[in-house]
Design a protein around this ligand. Structure first.
Ligand code: GUN
Length: 291
């Protein structure tokens, strides 16, 4: 069994990015600049956004964190987005999700200039991704493709079962892996909460992408020998023995499933770090496209 080490792979990618940034700095006298907007003070979201900003600093990007209070109106947030859209200093920006309930998420995502949409959430970019045209592929699916690529996991002709149909992971992952691309050409089955006979389906999977947000949902008796497991889940479970009072748990019962798997991502240290590295990659791409 091989651990798909996202932490190590993300570190490799960040090293590569740092070299490219140094080149840009010498050649064009500029570095990529990412901005992140966060509304409210949800602990997990703040942790993720801070990790994104810190990663920018590590590779030599400029970064701007814009923190807005929980009671920010939709109009105020739209204004903030318009400012970032026209700010020539900013190459790309993200609006951290989820947003407070009084704000229409779709309206916000549609206000982002597609050329600065390094999350790849704007309908224009989702459409381009679905048509296999050049665009920003959103960071989590992009990170999974990159991880499979760097570990030479064969996807062509394989049966991939994607658990979950979210706009951020399940849906784009299903589309991308079925496309004619280097990591792709798979036969994809997408399962969700209404799927019947789920175990019959997962038992046929060569590769499982678990993105449903239910801790340890995938058990050993649901997978076949030599399966490849990509675990996108990161649920915080209370754990008083931990310094911060919680531990992170994936959608897969790691210990028992790893005994049957040929490749498996750990949680933490699998998909999570890859997501941040690919966001940086998209920001570099945005910067290069603008110059
Ligand atoms: N919330 C969970 N994942 C993401 C992500 O990739 N981007 C943003 N903006 N918010 C998220």
């Amino acid at each position: 069994m091989t651990i798909l080490d996202g932490k190590k792979t993300a570190a490799d990618i960040k090293e590569e990015l740092a070299l490219e940034v140094a080149e840009l700095r010498n050649k064009d006298k500029k570095v990529p600049h990412l901005a992140a907007v966060i509304v409210g003070s949800d602990g997990a979201s703040l942790t993720y956004v801070n990790a994104k900003v810190k990663a920018c600093e590590r590779v030599g990007f400029e970064s701007t964190l814009i923190r807005l209070p929980e009671n920010t109106t939709e109009e105020d947030l739209l204004n903030e987005i318009n400012i970032l859209n026209v700010d020539t200093d900013i190459d790309g920006f993200i609006v951290q999700l989820p947003l407070p309930k009084h704000i229409d998420e779709q309206k916000i995502l549609m206000a982002v200039d597609p050329d600065k949409d390094v999350d790849g959430f704007h309908p224009t970019n989702v459409g381009k991704m679905a048509l296999n045209l050049p665009t920003f592929i959103s960071a989590t699916p992009f990170g999974i493709l990159e991880l499979l690529d760097r570990y030479n996991v064969e996807t062509s002709g394989k049966h991939v079962v994607v658990l979950g149909r979210s706009h951020i992971v399940g849906s784009p992952m299903s589309i991308l892996l079925s496309q004619k691309r280097k990591v792709g050409n798979a036969t994809v089955t997408m399962c969700h909460s209404r799927t019947k006979n789920l175990k019959d389906i997962t038992l046929q999977a060569d590769i499982i992408v678990a993105a449903i947000g239910i801790p340890e949902f995938v058990k050993a008796d649901m997978v076949k020998e030599d399966v490849t497991i990509i675990d996108v889940g990161i649920t915080r479970m209370a754990d008083s023995s931990k310094k911060n009072g919680f531990r992170l748990v994936g959608d897969v019962a790691f210990k028992e499933v790893s005994e049957k798997a040929s490749f498996i991502t750990p949680v933490p240290g699998g998909v999570g770090p890859m997501t941040i590295a690919m966001l940086l990659k998209n920001t570099l791409l945005a910067c290069e496209r603008r110059s």
